[in-house]
Ligand binder design. Structure first.
Ligand SMILES: Nc1ncnc2c1ncn2[C@@H]1O[C@H](COP(=O)(O)OP(=O)(O)OP(=O)(O)O)[C@@H](O)[C@H]1O
Length: 619
C-alpha cells in the first residue's frame, strides 16, 4: 500500500508543530501570567505563530478565551460557595447561642423554683453585661419549628364500595330514555336520545339534535321533562361543552356516598402534579377531580344550608393534612358559626387557635395582609419573584423554606355583617396579591346574596363552587349563570375549575366526624404549639363612625354616602342634583366611594352595586 504523499506528510508535521507550540504557549501563560511583555523561552514568537495555518491560530485563540472564561466562572462559583458557607456558619452560631441561652434560662428557672420550694427568695436573672447583639432576621416572620409529623394513613378513613353499587337499574334507565324521547316527540323536536352516562349522583342522557334544530328548543323543555319523568331537579346543558350533544341530567334512584378515601386512593390524587392538591370529588363520567389551590388561587364556596359546604371544607382541610407537614403549610381557620371547625382545633398546622369572634377574625385578616407584605420583603431580599423560586433557592443554599398559608373562612356573611369594609378590603388585598407569596384563601357562605358575595369579592375569586341554592338569582350571584338551583343537595356541586370557562358537575366526597377525629388525633400527637400570630398590634378601626368612613374625603362625602345608602343607587348625575354640585365633584365622590369599597366598580351599563345600608351608617 502506498504511504502518505510527501505533501500530506509535510502538512501533518506542520499541524503537529503548531499544536505543540500552542500547548507550550498555554503552559507559558499559566506559569507567568504577569510577564506578558518579556517573551518566555516556551512562548512562541510572532514569527512562529505566523508559520501556523490561520484556522489553527483561530482555534487556539478561541480555546484560550474559553479557558479564561471558565476560570472566571470557577472563581465566581468559589466566591458564591464561600458566601453560602459563611452564611451557614453564622446561622449555626446563632442557633448554638440560642440553645445555650435557653439552657441557662431553664437552669435559672429550675433553681428559682427549687429556692421558692425551700422558702428562699427566687433567684434573680442576672442583668446582661452589655447590650445583646441584634439577632439576625429570620427568613420568615418567627417560624416555630415543627416536631416530626405523623403523616395520616388511608386506614384512618372509611373504605368505599361505590364501584359495586347499582345506582340505576337497566330497566329504569330504559324507561327514562323512552319517556325522554316521548317528550321530544310530543313537542315535535327533531332530536334523538343518543345514550346515557351514569354518574355517582346523576345520569346524563345525551341528546343529538337534528339538523337545523336550535338547542334552546330542548333546554326550553326543562319543566316538561321534569313533569314527565316525575323528577324535581332536572338540569339541561345545551350543549355539553366540547360535544355535539345536549345533556339532560336526572338524579339517580339509588345513591351511595363517595368516600374521601377513594379519592386519595385514585391515580389522579397519587400521581397528580398539583402544587396544593384539593380533593373535590367525582364528575359524571366517574373521573376523580383534584383541583390545584395554587392555580385557583382562591376559592369561593356557596350554597344553601345543608347543601354540603361543611363536608366539602372538611375534605379540603383533610386534603391539606394528608399532603403537607406543619413546616410546609400553615393553616388559619375562621369559624364565626363556632361549630364547623371545632374538630380541627388540635391540628398542628394551625398558627392561631380557631377564631370564632368576627371582630378577632377581621384583625386576623389584617395580620395576614401584614404577613403577605413581610413575605414580599423576604422574597425581595433573596431576589426571587415567587415562593416557588424562593423554595428552590432555599433547597440549593440550605436556608429555611417558606411554608404555604391557607386561610379558610366558614361563614363570610358574619364577617361582612360585623365589619364589611375592613373584611372586604383585606380579603380583596389578599386575593389580589398573595398568590406569589403562597397565601391562599377559601371562603364559604350560605347566603349567596350581593351583600355578601359583592362585586369586589367576585372579581377576586374566579374559582367557585356552588352547591344547591334556592333560586336562579342565587345561582347567578355565585356563578354568573343559572344551574345551581337544579342541583340535588348533599354534596352535588357545580365547580368552575381554574383556567376553564365551563362548569363541571361533581359529587363531593363524604367524610364523617369520626373519620375527622381519627385523622386529627393522629396528626396532632406530640406536636409543639405553633401559635405565632400576635394580634396585639392590630386594632379594629372605628369603622362605622362618621370620621373613619369619611376620613380625608370631600366635606360632602358623608352626605353623598347617606344618599347612596338611602336610595341604594350610586349615580353621578343623581348626586349632582341632590347635592347641587358640579359633575366633576360628584364623579370624584363616586370614585372615592369605590376606592373605599362602599360601592362596586362600574360594569358596562349595569348599575354599580351599593355595599352600604342606612343601618351601617347609623351604627
Ligand atoms: N358529599 C356528601 N355526600 C353525602 N352526603 C352529604 C355530602 N355532603 C353533605 N351531605 C349530607 O348533608 C348534610 C349537611 O351537610 P353540611 O353540614 O355539609 O351542609 P352545610 O351546607 O354546611 O350546611 P350549613 O350551611 O347549615 O352548615 C350532612 O350531614 C350529610 O348528611
Amino acid at each position: 500500500m502506498p504511504g502518505p504523499s510527501k505533501q500530506s506528510q509535510k502538512s501533518i508535521k506542520r499541524v503537529k508543530d503548531g499544536v505543540r507550540r500552542f500547548l507550550e504557549t498555554m503552559a507559558g501563560e499559566q506559569q507567568e501570567p504577569e510577564e506578558d511583555e518579556s517573551p518566555s523561552p516556551a512562548s512562541p514568537s510572532r514569527s512562529d505563530t505566523q508559520d501556523l495555518p490561520d484556522d489553527l491560530v483561530r482555534i487556539a485563540q478561541l480555546e484560550s478565551e474559553t479557558l479564561a472564561a471558565e476560570r472566571r466562572q470557577i472563581e465566581k462559583w468559589r466566591a458564591e460557595l464561600e458566601a453560602t458557607l459563611r452564611d451557614r456558619e453564622e446561622r449555626q452560631a446563632y442557633f448554638a447561642d440560642l440553645a445555650a441561652e435557653r439552657e441557662s434560662r431553664f437552669k435559672l428557672m429550675l433553681e428559682s423554683a427549687q429556692a421558692q420550694l425551700a422558702g428562699r427568695p427566687p433567684v434573680e436573672e442576672p442583668e446582661p453585661a452589655e447590650e445583646e447583639p441584634e439577632a439576625p432576621t429570620a427568613p420568615i416572620a418567627e417560624p416555630i419549628p415543627a416536631g416530626p409529623y405523623n403523616t395520616p394513613t388511608l386506614e384512618l378513613l372509611e373504605a368505599s364500595s361505590i364501584e359495586d353499587a347499582i345506582l340505576v337499574s337497566p330497566e329504569t334507565l330504559e324507561e327514562q330514555e323512552l319517556k325522554l324521547q316521548g317528550v321530544l316527540d310530543n313537542f315535535a323536536v327533531d332530536a334523538m336520545v343518543y345514550d346515557a352516562v351514569v354518574g355517582p349522583r346523576v345520569t346524563q342522557f345525551r341528546i343529538r339534535p337534528g339538523i337545523g334544530v336550535r338547542v334552546e328548543k330542548i333546554s326550553g323543555l326543562q319543566k316538561n321533562i321534569s313533569l314527565n319523568l316525575a323528577q324535581t331537579n332536572v338540569r339541561i346543558q345545551a350543549p355539553i361543552p366540547g360535544e355535539p350533544f345536549v345533556g339532560v341530567e336526572i338524579g339517580n334512584g339509588n345513591t351511595l356516598p363517595i368516600r374521601l378515601r377513594s379519592v386519595f386512593e385514585s391515580k389522579a390524587w397519587q400521581h397528580g402534579s398539583e402544587t396544593i392538591p384539593l380533593a373535590i370529588g367525582m364528575d359524571i363520567q366517574g373521573k376523580i377531580i383534584v383541583a390545584d389551590l395554587a392555580k385557583a388561587p382562591h376559592l369561593l364556596i356557596a350554597g344553601a344550608t345543608g347543601s354540603g359546604k361543611s363536608v366539602c371544607m372538611s375534605n379540603l382541610i383533610v386534603s391539606l393534612l394528608y399532603k403537607f407537614t406543619p413546616a410546609e403549610l400553615e393553616l388559619v381557620l375562621i369559624d364565626p358559626k363556632r361549630v364547623e371547625f371545632g374538630l380541627f382545633k388540635e391540628v398542628p398546622h394551625l398558627i392561631h387557635p380557631v377564631v370564632g369572634d368576627p371582630k378577632t377574625a377581621v384583625l386576623l385578616l389584617k395580620w395576614v395582609v401584614k404577613e403577605m407584605e413581610n413575605r414580599y420583603e423576604i422574597l425581595a431580599e433573596k431576589q426571587v419573584r415567587n415562593i416557588a423560586s424562593y423554595n428552590a433557592k432555599a433547597e440549593a443554599q440550605g436556608f429555611d423554606k417558606m411554608p404555604f398559608m391557607v386561610v379558610i373562612i366558614d361563614e363570610l356573611a358574619d364577617l361582612m355583617m360585623t365589619s364589611k369594609g375592613e373584611a372586604e378590603a383585606s380579603l380583596a388585598r389578599i386575593a389580589q396579591l398573595s398568590r406569589a407569596v403562597g397565601i391562599h384563601t377559601i371562603i364559604a357562605t350560605q347566603r349567596p346574596s350581593v351583600n355578601v358575595i359583592t362585586g369586589v369579592i367576585k372579581a377576586n375569586y374566579p374559582t367557585r363552587i356552588a352547591f344547591q341554592v334556592s333560586s336562579i338569582v342565587d345561582s347567578r350571584t355565585i356563578l354568573d349563570c343559572k344551574g345551581a338551583e337544579s342541583l340535588l343537595g348533599q354534596g352535588d356541586m357545580l365547580f368552575n375549575p381554574p383556567g376553564f370557562a365551563r362548569l363541571v358537575r361533581i359529587q363531593s366526597p363524604m367524610v364523617q366526624d369520626e373519620e375527622l377525629t381519627r385523622v386529627v388525633t393522629h396528626v396532632s400527637a406530640a406536636q409543639p404549639d405553633r401559635n405565632r400570630v400576635d394580634l396585639s398590634s392590630f386594632t379594629q378601626s372605628s369603622e362605622g363612625t362618621a370620621e373613619s368612613l369619611a376620613d380625608g374625603a370631600d366635606d360632602l362625602y358623608m352626605q353623598a354616602l347617606a344618599i347612596v345608602a338611602e336610595t341604594q343607587k350610586a349615580s353621578t348625575s343623581y348626586l349632582q342634583r341632590r347635592l347641587r354640585i358640579g359633575y366633576n365633584r360628584a364623579a370624584t365622590l363616586i370614585e372615592e366611594m369605590e376606592d373605599r369599597f362602599h360601592i362596586g366598580p362600574q360594569n358596562g351599563s349595569t348599575p354599580r352595586e351599593v355595599f352600604v345600608t342606612q343601618e351601617d351608617l347609623q351604627q
